[in-house]
Design a binder for this molecule. Structure first.
Ligand code: SME
Length: 156
């Protein structure tokens, strides 16, 4: 199973002492995007200090102009307030959606909890329709939990 073989690689990237958190997160984004063919854009958004908004921290794929997303806006902003996974099989069916590229057909956003608080999220865009399963959600939850283990309060 591909996700099982990726897990130790994610942990290894996070344990690189000489790298900053942003470098580690970028390396994870690149690993996931390269390893899973339907992951076309991978990014981490974090709560932006005390503001009611998310800020893009690391990504792999096409640059996006949506580097700041207010809470409640788009799929990402909704997850910032719902604290729940959001799987979107078909982005065209969503009213509250922020388009990053016309090629994107599906999206999944999984919240990242630190000390029980929703402080960010991993966001995957796909050019395939309805590609995500529970296995993606479980794997991405593992990724976020692994990130939570190596961050501290000064990181966001
Ligand atoms: N589609 C997201 C915006 C972020 S981009 O996918 C990079 C949303 O609706 O929140």
């Amino acid at each position: 199973m591909r996700f099982e073989s990726l897990k130790p690689q994610v942990v290894a990237l996070l344990s690189k002492q000489e790298q900053t958190l942003t470098e580690k997160l970028t390396a994870i984004c690149e690993l996931l995007r390269q390893s899973i063919d339907y992951y076309n854009w991978v990014g981490f958004y974090f709560k932006n200090a005390d503001k009611e908004e998310l800020k893009l921290r690391a990504f792999a794929g096409e640059p996006t102009e949506h580097t700041i997303i207010p809470f409640g806006k788009g799929i990402c902003g909704q997850v910032a307030v719902s604290n729940q996974n959001f799987v979107v099989p078909d982005v065209k069916a969503q009213d509250n959606y922020i388009a990053c590229s016309i090629d994107v057909k599906a999206e999944v956003v999984i919240p990242l909890f630190f000390d029980g608080e929703n402080i960010g999220q991993i966001d995957i865009d796909s050019h395939s329709i309805d590609p995500f399963t529970e296995q993606d959600e479980d794997f991405l939850t593992f990724v976020n939990q692994s990130v939570a283990q190596i961050i501290n309060k000064n990181d966001f």
